[in-house]
Design a protein around this ligand. Structure first.
Ligand code: T5A
Length: 211
């Protein structure tokens, strides 16, 4: 059995990831793939319980280091119970946020030491890394406007202030620059169809998939 492919969507708040993830999943399914659509923090029952803890409450409820550990506890459960089994049976896994969000949110924007995050990547991911990461890039104020306009969002991270979100954007762009073979930056300013076309071009260019 050939291992499936692992695609992650990353970026700041309100960049349009979830909307585009649904469109990509539909296109991959139409191309005959088994696709598992999932998200972080969350994606398994245990990780969804941790999501409730980490995304709700006051902005300073958890320190960046504690957040890092909670994200990785959730991620380990998600990998063990959902991501690895799916990849092993040949399914494609499309995940809304993954390890780069910890690097950007808790690391670049939050100040958690890069050494701690690297150690967690080594020991907790154990090689479960994306084949392709789409980094949605958008001016910070546009993303926050979109996120605020959308109903039902957890607000803890959105309430952290403009400087935090600027550091976040720089953090994601630094990851893309450091790992160009894995990462593609998507200009998220376009309309829904323009962004969808950019996502599909990145997927078909970099992974073996036929429309
Ligand atoms: N987090 C997560 C960490 O801090 N560390 C970690 O390790 C991980 C894994 C998750 C939070 O957790 C943090 C990051 C996050 O703060 P969430 O509620 O899942 O919380 O939030 P997000 O992942 O940020 O998801 P959002 O829903 O906020 O943003 P999306 O998914 O990027 O945007 P989407 O698709 O929901 O769109 C937002 C709004 O914009 C509109 C949509 O219709 C929607 O109303 N929109 C557009 N409008 C105009 N043009 C377009 N092209 C548009 N695309 C979408």
């Amino acid at each position: 059995m050939t291992r499936g492919r692992f695609i992650t969507f990353e970026g700041g708040e309100g960049a349009g990831k979830s909307t585009q993830l649904r469109r990509l999943v539909a296109r991959l399914q139409a191309a005959g793939r088994e696709v598992v659509a999932t998200r972080e923090p969350g994606g398994s029952p245990g990780a969804e319980s941790i999501r409730e803890l980490v995304l709700n409450g006051a902005a300073d409820r958890w320190s960046p280091v504690t957040e890092t550990l909670l994200m990785y506890a959730a991620r380990r459960d998600h990998i063990e119970r959902v991501i690895r089994p799916a990849l092993d049976r040949g399914a494609w896994v499309v995940c809304d946020r993954f390890a780069d969000s910890t690097r950007a949110y808790q690391g670049a924007a939050g100040g958690t030491a890069p050494g701690l995050i690297s150690a967690l990547e080594t020991h907790i991911l154990e090689g479960t890394r994306p084949d392709l990461t789409l980094i949605f890039d958008l001016p910070t104020e546009v993303g926050l406007e979109r996120a605020h306009a959308r109903a039902g969002s957890e607000m803890r991270f959105e309430s952290k202030g403009m400087a935090f979100h600027e550091r976040l954007r720089e953090g994601f762009l630094a990851i893309a620059a450091a790992e160009p073979d894995r990462c593609a930056v998507v200009d998220a300013r376009g309309d829904l169809d323009q962004v969808e076309a950019e996502v599909w071009a990145a997927v078909t260019d970099r992974l073996a998939v036929h429309a």
